[in-house]
Each structure stands twice: as structure tokens, then as C-alpha cells.
Design a protein around this ligand. Structure first.
Ligand SMILES: [Zn+2]
Length: 374
């Protein structure tokens, strides 16, 4: 009798593992697909300079994290990032923004900011030059808050928090060693709710979309003894992995990047969000032309007879164009596309890679900032 129960138990255990083995197989396929896609990259005709970096990073300064400055600098270098925007939690008795990384360190430009909470629970990322970005927009209440420049429409931490811990545990056991970064692809979801809130807010004001890596380097599975010493553990979100998932790509006129240029580009929305985990998004462009005027994402342009939008993607992709939050174009196989504009409105683009969608479902690779046709 006992033996039968044991055999039944083992059988059930093995059956339960099948989906996780399949999920690991999917990651292998995804990895090969991304490698293959990267070999199809096209040249971007542009006179702008592109700088990639991450937004919403915590160190040991504001609690929750034990990450050191050296860890963060090394991770940024390993990811070949041009900038990192620090957003430390506040402390009652000292100024964490003043104390965190700022300026150039190891060739990476750091901006020193805070993550703050209002009395009603609304959270903002506050940066120098009075830049404020709505964090966790799905919970944000007071959209009339004055002086808001942007919305964090995607947050890695919010996304992964929705994962079922038991499913995640088996995924980690099956796939973490081979695919520590790509593992995230199994959990990545389009931030529908935040995008909706942003689209609604765009009807009233210009708002830059930013991604939030929300890197703490504090998520993991570990076995500790009674004194708190780690006996065995897997850290799931070291900065180096977190910085690989999603990035802000900023466009400027100048080749070198300094604090003022970066903050100005951020405020102006001269940037896009790239889920670089699925392949480097460098080279994506969303521009508008009207007579002699040439504008890029984040800008306003007047509506004229010849006004048109132009989209360029780094590899052949499916492009979805939104006007005031509604889809007006959805077309696959695009590298360059010109679209005449006949109506005023807020236009923005999402880019999808069909080969990746076949494996992990409909999840955007790129989310642009808007062009405002006035
Ligand atoms: Zn945070």
C-alpha cells in the first residue's frame, strides 16, 4: 500500500514537471530566435545620437536593498549603459538623493533622484531640475498634481510581483542556470492598465513614458541558518540582469551626454522604451515632417497638408500606431513606413516581433513616446 502511494506520488510529481520542461524548451527556442533576428538588423539613417540607460534604481541608501555603488557601476558597465537614473527611497534624517551616485563614474552618467510618497499614497520619481515622474500609475490618484513630466508606464517589479511563487520556483529550478535573463520573458506582460492611464492623461498634457527597472537586487530564493547566514541561494535580480531587461533609449544632437542634456531630453520625451532582452532596440525612430519642419518623438508639430509620420524599426517588425489611445494601423513586416496625417491628435507607436510573439505571446518590444500633432 505504502509503495503504491509512493509510486503515485512520484508519478504526479513527474507529471507536474512537464509544463516547466516545456517552458525551458520555449526559452531555448526564444534564445535561438533572438540570435537569428539580431543578424537581420538594418541600418538606421539618422543624424541623432542614441544613449541607452535605465531608470528607477535603488542602492543600500534607502533601505530595501543591499546593493553597493560598485555593484551598480559594474552592472552598468557590463550592460554598456550610457546612463543610470537613481531613485533612492527617502530617509527622515538624511538626504539620500544628495548622497547617491551622480555625475560620471566609470564612464557612466548617473542622475541622482528620489522615489517619494505623497500623503494619499501616490508615488513620484523626482529628479533634478524639478522633473517628476508618476510611479505606479495604476494606483495613482491625483492626476492633477502640478509639474508632472512623465509616467512610468512599465515597472519590472510590479510585473514580476504578479507571478505565482510556486510556478516561479519551478521555473527557476528548471531554467535559471541556462537562461538567467530570458527567464523574465515567461512573466513579462504588456502593462495594459498603465498604458490606458497614460493614454488618458495624454489627452490633457504632454507626458514622457519611462520604464522602471526598479532594481533593488533583493529578490531571490535562499536558504538561511538561524543566524541569517545564507547557506544556498539564487539571486534573481542582480543589477546586471535587471539592467538587461528594459531600457530607456534617449535621442540627442550631441555625441557626448551630460546631465543637463539627459534631463532636457527626458523632459521633452525624446526617448523610447526598449525591451532589449528580446534584442537591442537601438535604431528605432518615430518622426514627423510638416513642410520644412522635422520633429521626433516627444515633439509637437502643426498639422499641414503634407504632414506625415515616419517609423523605422531595427529589424522587420509588426508596427501598431495609436491615435489618442486607439489603434489606427497594425501592419507586419515593416522596417520603414511613412503615414500621412490628416487629423490632429496624439500619435504613438508600439513595435512587436512576430517571431518572438509566436513563442511568448503578444508583448511589445518597443514603446515609443508620442508625437503631438496640433
Ligand atoms: Zn522603487
Amino acid at each position: 500500500m505504502f509503495k503504491k502511494i509512493l509510486i503515485a506520488f512520484i508519478l504526479v510529481f513527474l507529471l507536474v514537471q512537464i509544463p516547466f520542461a516545456y517552458r525551458r524548451y520555449k526559452l531555448r527556442k526564444l534564445s535561438a530566435t533572438i540570435r537569428q533576428l539580431n543578424s537581420q538588423r538594418t541600418h538606421t539613417p539618422t543624424n541623432l545620437n542614441e544613449h541607452k540607460g535605465v531608470v528607477h534604481v535603488h542602492s543600500f541608501l534607502g533601505g530595501h536593498s543591499s546593493g553597493t555603488f560598485s555593484d551598480i557601476i559594474a552592472a552598468a558597465q557590463a550592460n554598456q549603459l550610457n546612463f543610470v537614473i537613481m531613485t533612492e527611497h527617502t530617509e527622515k534624517d538624511f538626504d539620500t538623493a544628495a548622497m547617491t551616485l551622480q555625475g560620471l563614474h566609470g564612464g557612466v552618467l548617473f542622475i541622482n533622484g528620489n522615489e517619494t510618497s505623497a500623503a494619499n499614497g501616490d508615488r513620484l520619481l523626482t529628479l533634478p531640475n524639478d522633473i517628476a515622474i508618476v510611479a505606479y500609475p495604476e494606483d495613482f490618484k491625483n492626476w492633477e498634481t502640478p509639474g508632472v513630466d512623465g509616467v512610468e508606464i512599465y515597472n519590472v517589479f510590479t510585473n514580476t510581483r504578479r507571478a505565482n511563487p510556486l510556478v516561479a520556483l519551478f521555473d527557476v529550478l528548471w531554467s535559471h542556470r541556462a537562461y538567467p535573463d530570458l527567464l523574465f520573458a515567461l512573466y513579462y506582460e504588456r502593462p495594459n492598465e498603465s498604458l490606458k492611464k497614460w493614454d488618458q492623461a495624454l489627452a490633457r498634457a504632454r507626458l514622457t513614458a519611462t520604464p522602471g527597472n526598479d532594481s533593488h537586487a533583493n529578490v531571490g530564493i535562499s536558504l538561511r541558518d538561524s543566524s541569517g547566514k545564507t547557506l544556498a541561494g539564487i539571486q534573481l535580480d542582480p543589477y546586471e540582469t535587471s539592467f538587461r531587461l528594459v531600457r530607456l533609449h534617449v535621442l540627442t544632437d550631441s555625441k557626448a551626454l551630460d546631465t543637463e542634456q539627459l534631463l532636457a531630453a527626458l523632459k521633452a520625451g525624446h526617448s523610447f522604451i526598449g525591451f532589449d532582452l528580446f534584442g537591442d532596440t537601438t535604431g528605432f525612430r518615430f518622426e514627423a515632417e510638416s513642410g520644412p519642419e522635422r520633429k521626433i518623438q516627444g515633439d509637437e508639430i502643426p498639422l499641414q497638408n503634407d504632414t506625415r509620420l515616419r517609423i523605422h524599426t531595427p529589424i522587420p517588425s509588426r508596427v501598431v500606431l495609436f491615435k489618442d489611445g486607439s489603434v489606427i494601423l497594425n501592419e507586419a513586416g515593416i522596417t520603414t513606413k511613412e503615414i500621412p496625417v490628416t487629423e490632429r491628435g496624439v500619435y504613438r507607436v508600439e513595435v512587436y516581433v512576430p517571431e518572438v510573439e509566436q513563442i511568448i505571446g503578444e508583448k511589445p518590444w518597443i514603446i515609443s513616446n508620442p508625437i503631438y500633432v496640433r
